[in-house]
Design a protein around this ligand. Structure first.
Ligand SMILES: [Mn+2]
Length: 311
């Protein structure tokens, strides 16, 4: 019997992880590599929106990866994000796009790490380069992931490869030019308890030189209004996450999907001092403007450099 192969992403994966893994599973199946695509944890609101809006099949959710012999990771390459659910020795391949990764801890994996805007771009390129036909449902997922990750091509993380892949994908997906607005409006609903759930849902921790850092990331339309009305709720939720996870530093990276504006939010004074020195950002009422706008995966290497400098 051939080894059973799982294609997955990190625990509580984002749209990029889900789209990338689903489409890469399709790619492998087309090349006669039998596989199962499944995820551990909860899908983000944004992913659920895309799946429901287009009536796409929801992916399989699993509790653990014990029954699989081999694993492929998409949009994921660090052990903390896998939360102990994956034996690194089982990982045979990694497709990711973050500069701070731990591919050295997966000794049996061949890795493709390229700093494009979305892992979805790397998966789309597999299809483009091989002339294997991509299904419309996977094209919709990958296209949505690129739009989301690049803030509709406004984020500084965007590359020409992302734009090129998106054009290829939308030739198949055939989505209207204002689709980004529907996607972003859907993910902007943080009413009531959704704010706290979103903060906790897209939260990542990092260990850098014996410092433990936690970064939440939220991308919404009309960030100004969110700040004006709910900063106290945000900082309270962050304080909770900080003590739950025993973190030295914690903040929210807040991005406006319409204007591309970026704010850093934290009530923790040590974190404010750290961010002020890394970004020359100045905090007022727990909020600082960050210019140019940066995504979390762009911020982490800069903080790492600062902490290593001072160690
Ligand atoms: Mn990604």
């Amino acid at each position: 019997m051939p080894a059973s192969l799982l294609v997955t992403s990190y625990v509580n994966p984002d749209l990029d992880g889900v789209a990338g893994a689903v489409a890469y599973g399709e790619f492998l199946a087309q090349t006669n590599q039998e596989n199962t695509v499944a995820f551990i944890g909860e899908l983000h609101q944004e992913t659920k929106f895309v799946l429901n809006y287009f009536s796409l099949q929801h992916p399989l959710i699993i509790d653990n990866t014990d029954s699989f012999d081999q694993i492929i990771l998409v949009d994921s390459s660090d052990l903390a994000a896998l939360e102990g659910h994956i034996n690194p020795a089982k990982v045979i391949e990694i497709i990711d796009h973050r500069s701070l990764h731990e591919t050295d801890k997966f000794s049996n994996a061949k890795s493709q790490i390229e700093l494009v805007g979305a892992a979805a771009t790397l998966v789309a390129e597999r299809f483009m380069n091989s002339h294997i036909v991509l299904s419309k449902s996977s094209a919709i997922l990958l296209y949505s992931a690129i739009i989301s990750n690049t803030l509709n091509f406004k984020g500084s993380i965007t590359t020409e490869r992302d734009r090129f892949a998106a054009t290829y994908l939308n030739n198949i997906a055939e989505l209207p030019s204002d689709y980004w607005r529907q996607l972003f409006t859907a993910k902007s609903d943080l009413s009531g308890s959704k704010l706290k759930a979103t903060l906790a849902g897209d939260f990542a921790t990092f260990s850098i030189n014996n410092n433990r850092l936690g970064i939440a990331q939220v991308e919404v339309m009309n960030v100004k209004q969110l700040i004006a009305s709910r900063v106290a709720e945000i900082t309270e939720a962050l304080t909770g996450l900080q003590s739950d996870n025993s973190l030295d530093f914690i903040f929210l990276n807040l991005l406006d999907l319409e204007t591309g504006t970026n704010y850093l939010v934290t009530s923790d004074l040590n974190t404010q001092a750290l961010l002020s020195s890394v970004f020359s950002a100045s905090f007022a009422n727990c909020v600082a403007l960050n210019n140019p706008p940066l995504m979390r995966k762009q911020i982490v290497p800069l903080i790492k450099a600062e902490l290593e400098l001072n160690s």
